[in-house]
Ligand binder design. Structure first.
Ligand code: HEC
Ligand code: HEC
Ligand code: HEC
Length: 86
């Protein structure tokens, strides 16, 4: 989504995408939004009607990913478990 910049070669080589130096920030970090962009649905009614209700969060800004998400998987909702669509 461009959050890390568009000069891919600044961090990536051509052999593989992974970079051995990279350590993902701790799950207790609150700076998720610095690097991650929420899906478009989070900026629509879906956020209030589905996301907030599934996560059982009465008050949350979209930018506060850490309130509902963990680093395991985007569908592993904090305090709820894996969310299954439909
Ligand atoms: C500021 C550094 C930085 C820039 C710039 C950057 N990336 Fe990354 N990218 C990373 C890091 C760190 C990872 C995680 C690597 C790992 O897991 O070992 C990553 C992971 C990836 C992955 C792997 C995803 C996966 O599921 O394994 C892809 C694909 C990728 N980047 C594509 C791009 C593309 C395309 C660009 C340019 C538009 C780009 N990146 C720019 C740092 C960067
Ligand atoms: C310094 C930048 C940075 C921060 C801060 C950060 N992440 Fe990440 N995260 C990454 C990169 C880079 C990847 C690897 C990209 C990829 O594999 O798609 C990643 C991967 C993930 C994945 C795995 C995605 C997948 O589909 O496999 C999840 C989930 C995740 N992060 C959640 C979080 C959460 C929650 C927070 C806050 C607690 C957070 N991240 C903070 C950079 C960051
Ligand atoms: C109020 C809680 C809440 C907040 C805050 C939140 N999310 Fe979510 N998010 C959810 C829930 C619940 C789901 C799964 C159900 C859904 O799609 O609404 C989800 C789904 C996702 C998905 C998966 C979408 C898919 O199609 O599989 C991604 C990626 C994601 N969120 C990223 C983020 C990022 C990045 C942020 C912060 C910038 C964020 N979310 C903030 C609750 C939240």
């Amino acid at each position: 989504m461009g959050l890390l910049g568009n000069d891919c070669a600044q961090c990536h080589a051509t052999a593989k995408w992974t970079t051995p130096e990279f350590r993902h920030p701790s799950p207790v970090s609150q700076s998720c939004a610095q690097c991650h962009q929420a899906p478009p649905s989070h900026y629509m009614m879906h956020f209030k009607m589905v996301s907030m209700s599934v996560a059982k969060m009465e008050k949350a800004e979209v930018s506060q990913c850490f309130l509902c998400h963990q680093t395991t998987s985007w569908n592993d909702i904090k305090g709820v478990g894996f969310y299954k669509h439909h």
